[in-house]
Design a protein around this ligand. Structure first.
Ligand code: NAD
Ligand SMILES: O=C(O)CCC(=O)CC(=O)O
Length: 396
């Protein structure tokens, strides 16, 4: 019989999701439903300046639109957070709409609580970071209620729209700083498959593997949850089918919508179960070597699953069956999916310099998800061995 540890608080509050609908008219209807009169739009710069996507959303909002902030830099650095806080204070919005990937969504999350906390400079923002205790458990960021709700139109598959965690990069230390708040999951998530046609293919597909990573490390967690298992297993079926279909037919809106439903279910585990070394080492690959978030999962996930599978064979079998019953193992099912999508599979392919490996390995040991990997990684040499394995791009 399946066994789950007795839980203290297991949250299951996913907020409203509207899927398969055009972004502009859905945003306008949602703003009207909320009687919002001063909507601040925060958008990915490329969407705002190189496409009509934001213009049509702003047109649909009409007089409810108060302003647009599109000076967004990847990984939501602290300087960007402060700029957005300034804009929020200047405009006093009654609704914030984010349109873009995880960087835009995390930026809004952190700026909203920095604004609420009255933070006006970098040290004041860092002062509301999440605490982390000896066991790696995070404590919430102290802040009063944010001034207004946040709704979002995600254009990648990061799943950040559901996470009660948000991150910003501290320029002093080049590390990602985590913030934690029950106010972080967006109040309404609007999934429009058509707006994702504007997302570069590498970003769409690789963030899809990030969503697969959320599902797989949720299922193969050291401390799994029955709630997350149920959602994550169906997420793998949706994502496996949807990603292959989009790769074969990029214009297939139904396949893109299937992927978005997969992200919704896959993200159910963010901050609800402890993840493993694919998330943990991935964070360091991003912080130290600038590897895009989705690419970190393409390189690390099959190898972390190969490492962990012998310690949880039944769960590995669930992953294999959900992704590819014909594959000999869960790790091979993942490897073949990533290879079939034409995504990078080695550290060299994502331009991680060899002389950065030691720093990545050492900093990874402090990451909570490396510390909670089901098979313990105790030393920098353990992490280096896994990096070496990942650089082969092959699993047995
Ligand atoms: N808080 C969470 O739960 C959570 C979950 C996943 C990711 N994240 C965070 O999100 C970030 C990664 O997000 P991501 O993988 O979605 O990528 P991203 O938002 O960082 O975007 C990657 C790059 O693609 C560019 N881009 C070009 N066209 C775009 C388009 N149409 N839509 C969006 N971006 C476009 C962006 O400007 C950016 O430079 C990381 O900083 C990560 O920490 C947070
Ligand atoms: O839930 C977590 O473990 C933190 C969120 C996270 O790692 C999401 C991500 O980086 O993709």
């Amino acid at each position: 019989m399946l066994q789950y540890e007795a839980g203290a608080y297991e949250y299951s509050d996913q907020k409203a999701v509207i899927h398969g609908r055009p972004a502009a008219e859905t945003v306008a209807a949602e703003a009207a439903r909320r009687d919002a009169r001063r909507v601040l739009v925060v958008a990915s710069r490329s969407l705002s300046r190189q496409t009509d996507a934001i213009r049509s959303i702003v047109a649909a909002l009409g007089p409810r639109h108060a302003g647009t902030f599109d000076d967004v830099v990847a990984h939501s650095p602290l300087s960007c957070v402060l700029d957005l806080v300034g804009r929020i204070r200047a405009l006093d919005p009654d609704l914030i709409l984010s349109v873009g990937g995880g960087s835009v969504i995390d930026l809004v999350k952190v700026a909203r609580i920095a604004d609420a906390a009255g933070a006006g400079d970098g040290p004041a923002v860092l002062a509301i970071r999440a605490g982390v205790d000896e066991s790696g458990t995070m404590a919430p960021s102290p802040h009063p209620a944010p001034r207004c709700p946040h709704i979002t139109v995600p254009t990648t598959m990061s799943g950040a729209e559901f996470g009660s965690v948000g991150a910003s990069v501290d320029p002093e230390t080049h590390t990602k700083v985590a913030f934690l708040s029950r106010s972080f999951p967006a109040e309404t998530v609007i999934y429009d498959p058509a707006i994702t046609l504007l997302t570069p293919e590498w970003l769409w597909l690789s963030t899809g593997i990030r969503a697969v990573d959320h599902a797989v490390e949720g299922i193969m967690s050291r401390a799994p949850s029955a709630y997350v298992d149920g959602l994550a297993l169906h997420a793998l079926r949706l994502l496996g089918d949807g990603l292959k279909a989009v790769s074969a037919r990029p214009d297939d809106l139904a396949a893109r919508a299937t992927c978005q439903l997969g992200v919704w279910l896959a993200s159910s585990g963010i901050m609800k179960v402890s993840y493993g070394a694919s998330h943990g080492i991935g964070h360091q690959l991003g912080a130290v070597a600038g590897v895009p978030h989705g690419h970190t999962s393409c390189v690390m996930l099959p190898h972390v699953v190969a490492l962990n599978s012998p310690s949880m064979p039944e769960r590995a079998e669930w992953v294999r069956m959900a992704l590819d019953p014909a594959a000999p193992s869960a790790a091979r099912a993942l490897h073949d999916l990533i290879a079939g999508l034409g995504l990078p599979r080695t550290l060299d392919a994502v331009s991680v310099p060899r002389d950065a490996w030691q720093r990545i390995a050492e900093s990874a040991l402090a990451n909570p998800w490396v510390r909670s990997n089901p098979v313990p990684l105790r030393t920098a040499d353990d992490v280096l061995a896994l990096l070496g394995q990942a650089n082969t791009g092959q699993v047995d």
